[in-house]
Design a protein around this ligand. Structure first.
Ligand SMILES: NC(=O)c1ccc[n+]([C@@H]2O[C@H](COP(=O)([O-])OP(=O)(O)OC[C@H]3O[C@@H](n4cnc5c(N)ncnc54)[C@H](OP(=O)(O)O)[C@@H]3O)[C@@H](O)[C@H]2O)c1
Length: 249
């Protein structure tokens, strides 16, 4: 088996795979041989284009509209994936939102939405996906280095949501480890995407915190996720693993 096809025969579901880090993960898992379903909430055009491009290259892909704030939609996406591809081996919980506002102006609606998409969706998808997974199953969440370091104002709810994943993966690793399923949390630093463009004023302020003086590329996060999804990573579980160019160093 070549390294390029290390995920041949596997089926993956990526929550939030239409853009940015999620899209890079979808492409990488598909390039390594997995059939990949992924969700989106608003980007129907880019999502369909991504699925089509994978299929044109001989891969298997499926774009599913499912709001990660909606428990039933998440469960339906899991079932749709299994019905379409026959099994489920890898779940990547990437969908996330970033709300930043001064404390006095931060709305409870934004607080609740941050929690629902960044935390609650991970629990719901894991619960639904685990029913279909066996030995070798992989659950990978996309947290943030902001779980450990939040050096700017207005990001308390976001930092809280990513810190919550640190504890969540520990508990879920205990639940699923006896079945040979690993659960981990990847914590990126600043990565050039629509959420955090490398050419913004905000980026200039973040650059001062970096040891490596550049933004990360979505492909670098996808490569790390691919490793965790593969057969060599079976002894890593319950871990929060940082890939942040030294942002938190
Ligand atoms: N970029 C960074 O610097 C950075 C750093 C650390 C951690 N992260 C984390 O990495 C993850 C991806 O970030 P990104 O920068 O790639 O963000 P992005 O460019 O804003 O893309 C977000 C992705 O998540 C999907 N999504 C958002 N809300 C959703 C919902 N309610 N239901 C389903 N899908 C939803 C989006 O779908 P649509 O296209 O349909 O909107 C899109 O595919 C997030 O969890 C983020 O917190 C990012």
């Amino acid at each position: 088996m070549s390294n390029q096809q290390k995920l041949s025969g596997k089926v993956a579901l990526v929550q939030g795979g239409s853009r940015g880090i999620g899209a890079a993960i979808v492409k990488r898992l598909a390039a390594e041989g997995a059939a990949v379903a992924f969700t989106y909430v608003s980007s129907q055009g880019p999502a369909q284009a991504l699925a089509d491009s994978i299929k044109q290259e001989g891969g298997k892909a499926l774009a599913i509209k499912a709001d990660s704030a909606d428990a039933e939609a998440i469960r339906a996406a899991v079932e749709h994936t299994v019905e379409s591809f026959g099994r489920l081996d890898i779940l990547v919980n990437n969908a996330g939102v970033l709300a930043i506002a001064p404390l006095a102006e931060f709305t409870l609606e934004d607080f609740d939405r941050t929690y629902a998409i960044n935390v609650r969706s991970v629990f719901i998808a894991t619960q639904a996906a685990a029913k279909h997974m066996g030995d070798g199953g992989r659950i990978i969440n996309i947290g943030s280095t902001n779980a450990e370091r939040m050096p700017f104002e207005g990001g308390g709810a976001y930092a809280m949501s990513k810190s919550a994943l640190v504890g969540l993966v520990k508990g879920l690793a205990r639940d699923l480890g006896p079945r040979g399923i690993t659960v981990n949390n990847v914590q990126p630093g600043p990565v050039d995407t629509d959420m955090n463009p490398a050419d913004s004023d905000f980026a200039d302020s973040l650059m001062g915190f970096m040891a490596v003086k550049r933004y990360g590329h979505a492909d670098e996060i996808a490569g790390f996720v691919s490793y965790l999804a593969g057969p060599e990573a079976g002894y890593i579980t319950g871990a929060s693993l940082t890939i942040d160019g030294g942002f938190g160093a």
